[in-house]
Design a protein around this ligand. Structure first.
Ligand code: ACO
Length: 324
C-alpha cells in the first residue's frame, strides 16, 4: 500500500475583523466575559461580496503553491463545508473551475466542524489505494451568514475562513504521512446544534430562521469528552505514546474546550496549537488554518507528529494522527 503524505498546506482569512467591542454594541455582553469564557478577542468575517468558494479558492491556491503543484496536477477535489455559496451546486465545482483543474471529481462533504478531518480520511483512502496521486482537500466556511447577531450565546464564537491540504501518494520508505484516521457520529444530539430553517424540512422564508441554534453548555461537555477519547483511540490503534506527539491541534471552538481537552489528556499546554484568539471558530477551516499558522511561524517542522481532533454539530467527531 502507498503512503498518503501532506505535501502542501495553505489557508486564507477574510480581511474584515469583528471585535468584541463591536459585539458589545449588538448584544448584552462584555469584552471581559467573551475573552474569559471563550478566549476570543476578535474574529474574521466575510465582506458582503465574499462567500465560501472565495475563501476555499484562495486557501487551495496557497496549498498548491506550498506543494509546488499546478491545478492540473490534482486528481480529486473535496471541499468540506456546512455553509456553501448555494445549496446547489457544490462549492468544490466552483473551486475546480476557478483554479483551472482538469474535469476531475469534485464534491462537497458536509460533516460540520469535523468535515476537514472526514475529507482527510477520504483522501487518505484514495491515495493509499493508489487510485489518485494528488487529492486537494479544503475546509471552508462562512458561519457569519448563519449567525444570529441577536443571540449572545453564539455570535461571540463564529467566524469565516478556509484552509487546505494537498494529500499526495508516496512510496518513499522515508515518508510516513497519514498514520491513522477515525470518524464517528451520534445523530441523537442533532437539535443541540443546528440551523432550523433553510433546508428541505423548513424551507427559507417559512418561519424558522436560517441561523445557528446551540445549547452551548451541553455541546461544551460533549466536545471535551469526544475529542479526548478520539486522541486516546488513535494512540491505542497505532501503538504510539502520548509523549511522541509533537503538536495537539484540536478544533478551535472555544479556548476553554481546547484547554480542557489538553488537561483531560494530561498533555502539555505548550504543545497545543491555538489560533482562536484573533480568528474565532470558522468550523471546518479551523484545523487546516491552525496547522498552516504553526508551520508558517516555525513551530511545526517536517517530521513532527501531529494529533488532530475535531467535533461538531451532528454530532460528528474524528481525528487523525499524521507525520507532517
Ligand atoms: N455575554 C454575557 N453573558 C452571557 C453570554 C455573553 N455573550 N452568553 C451567555 N451568557 C450568560 C448566560 O445567559 C448564563 O447566564 P445565567 O447564568 O444567568 O443563566 C451565563 O452567561 C452562563 O452561560 P453558559 O452558557 O453556562 O456559559 P458558558 O460558560 O458555557 O459559555 C459558550 C457559553 C461560550 C457558548 C460555551 O458554552 C461554549 O463555547 N460552548 C461550546 C460551543 C461550541 O463548541 N460549539 C460548537 C461549534 S462547532 C460548529 O459546528 C459550528
Amino acid at each position: 500500500m502507498y503512503k498518503a503524505v501532506i505535501r502542501g498546506v495553505g489557508s486564507y482569512l477574510p480581511e474584515t475583523r469583528l471585535t468584541n467591542s463591536e459585539i458589545e454594541q449588538m448584544v448584552e455582553t462584555s469584552d471581559e466575559w467573551i475573552q474569559t469564557r471563550t478566549g476570543i478577542a476578535e474574529r474574521r468575517i466575510a465582506r458582503v461580496d465574499e462567500a465560501t468558494s472565495d475563501f476555499a479558492y484562495h486557501a487551495a491556491q496557497a496549498a498548491l503553491a506550498d506543494a509546488g503543484l499546478e491545478p492540473t496536477d490534482i486528481d480529486l477535489l473535496i471541499v468540506a463545508t456546512e455553509t456553501p455559496d448555494y445549496l446547489l451546486p457544490p462549492v468544490a465545482c466552483q473551486v475546480q473551475a476557478r483554479l483551472g483543474c482538469r474535469n476531475i471529481g469534485a464534491f462537497d462533504l458536509h460533516a460540520t466542524c469535523a468535515g476537514f478531518l472526514s475529507a482527510l480520511q477520504v483522501a487518505e483512502q484514495y491515495v493509499k489505494a493508489g487510485v489518485h496521486q494528488h487529492v486537494l482537500i479544503v475546509g471552508a466556511d462562512t458561519l457569519s451568514r448563519f449567525t444570529d447577531y441577536e443571540d449572545r450565546g453564539t455570535c461571540i464564537l463564529f467566524a469565516d475562513g478556509a484552509g487546505a491540504f494537498v494529500v499526495s501518494r508516496s512510496d518513499d520508505p522515508a515518508d510516513t504521512g497519514v498514520i491513522a484516521t477515525t470518524i464517528h457520529s451520534d445523530g441523537t444530539y442533532f437539535h443541540n446544534l443546528y440551523i432550523p430553517g433553510g433546508g428541505s424540512r423548513t424551507p427559507y422564508g417559512q418561519g424558522a430562521k436560517a441561523k445557528i441554534v446551540m445549547d452551548g453548555r451541553k455541546i461544551f461537555k460533549l466536545a471535551v469528552n469526544v475529542m479526548a477519547t478520539t486522541a486516546e483511540e488513535l494512540l491505542a490503534k497505532t501503538g504510539r505514546q502520548k509523549g511522541e506527539i509533537d503538536w495537539l491541534i484540536p478544533h478551535q471552538a472555544n479556548q476553554r474546550i481546547i484547554d480542557a481537552v489538553a488537561e483531560s489528556l494530561d498533555f502539555p499546554q505548550e504543545k497545543v496549537v491555538s489560533t482562536i484568539q484573533n480568528i474565532g471558530n470558522n468550523s471546518s477551516a479551523t484545523i487546516p488554518i491552525a496547522v498552516d499558522t504553526a508551520i508558517r511561524d516555525g513551530r511545526i517542522q517536517r517530521g513532527d507528529l501531529l494529533m488532530l481532533v475535531a467535533f461538531g454539530g451532528g454530532l460528528v467527531w474524528g481525528g487523525a494522527l499524521v507525520q507532517y
